[in-house]
Design a protein around this ligand. Structure first.
Ligand code: DAH
Length: 344
């Protein structure tokens, strides 16, 4: 009996000490198993009860049970303390320093062709034009016929065409949007630009691509004169390429305009004195234009006795190549970010 009492006191002292100095929850669990587990110290105490007298047994049994409760309580509060310390430590190690510099995101930017589209559109919107669009798969009628290029017309040969069948083709220029717009607007006035993608069966080289982009312009109203065309183009070219730029018109031929003019701008690189970019003649060809042919006005539903108009069309790649000094049209479509990032 004395022996057991001493043991109880020793276990109590040892267990509470160990619990008190325990450093983490895993160590605490080891202590629990050591004292309260199936093969633990308290179980072996209980086994010793058999050697005691009937009177001693409940007294000692009660003490052992009290000790068990005491150890359990100590374990529980130690566990709470250690768990809290452990989460505190975890939070501490994961702490976010709000004063640190953020990560810098790499923003994308417009494709150089999109930048030209936006710039041209903005200039013409400022001059009272609106934007009209048409389908890239076009009918033979809109792409050729209605633009004064009947089936036998030799001008059709100059636009190598990608046909789906006799009727449908990939549009070779944005000019069919002229007809589609007039059909919608007649007999009201028209003042639009038509940006878009066009297609031709072309061999690919530094200046040719089977897909490229154009911006078309069309004005139809009462009393529209050729001088209005020159005035509008002058404003556009100065805004696009600089106030010192001059324009020059040369006679040209397009079936949908009569008369037609090729429009040059004084070289945007050398200013007109001559350099490799302008092949030493001081001028760069920039667009085609003219007075809308009466047959085209008629196809659009306008009375040619009352209405006149002008039209123009330019290649977006060509303008971008001139403006940025880009030597090869293929660069626009290769998606090489080393090229594209130069236009941020
Ligand atoms: N459609 C012509 C082409 O692709 C460009 C053009 C020239 C459009 C003169 C016009 C124009 O509207 O008046 O070559």
């Amino acid at each position: 009996m004395e022996n057991i009492n001493e043991k109880i006191i020793k276990i109590q002292k040892d267990a509470l000490n160990e619990i008190k100095s325990s450093k983490d929850s895993k160590n605490l669990e080891d202590i629990r198993i050591n004292y309260l587990g199936k093969k633990g110290e308290l179980t072996s105490l209980l086994k010793m009860l058999g050697s005691l007298t009937k009177e001693e047994r409940p007294v000692i049994g009660g003490r052992v049970n009290k000790l068990r409760e005491e150890i359990e309580d100590a374990l529980n509060s130690a566990l709470i303390r250690l768990k809290k310390a452990e989460t505190d430590k975890k939070f501490e190690s994961e702490k976010v320093d709000l004063t640190l510099m953020g990560r810098i995101h790499k923003y994308g930017h417009r494709h150089p062709l999109q930048a030209i589209f936006d710039e041209v559109e903005e200039i013409f919107l400022g001059m009272g034009f609106s934007i009209a669009e048409g389908p890239e798969i076009e009918s033979e009628y809109y792409n050729f016929e209605a633009l004064n290029m009947p089936a036998s017309h030799p001008a059709r040969d100059s636009q190598d065409t990608l046909y789906f069948n006799k009727e449908l083709l990939l549009r070779t220029h944005t000019s069919p949007v002229q007809i589609r717009t007039m059909e919608k607007m007649a007999p009201g006035p028209v003042r639009v630009i038509c940006p878009g993608r066009v297609f031709r069966r072309d061999t690919i080289d530094a200046t040719h691509s089977p897909q490229f982009h154009q911006i078309e312009g069309l004005v139809v109203d009462k009393d529209v004169k050729f001088s209005d065309l020159i005035g509008a183009l002058e404003v556009f070219i100065k805004k696009m390429f600089g106030e010192d730029r001059k324009i020059r018109l040369r006679p040209g031929f397009f079936p949908f305009t009569e008369p037609s003019a090729e429009v040059d701008v004084s070289c945007i690189i050398c200013g007109g004195t001559g350099c490799p970019a302008c092949k030493h003649n001081g001028w760069l060809e920039i667009l085609g234009s003219g007075t809308v042919h009466p047959n085209v006005l008629k196809a659009g539903g306008y009375d040619t006795e009352i209405f006149t108009g002008y039209a123009f069309g330019m290649g977006v790649e060509r303008i971008a190549m001139l403006k940025y000094g880009i030597p090869d049209i293929r660069l626009f479509f290769e998606n090489d970010i080393r090229f594209l990032h130069q236009f941020r």
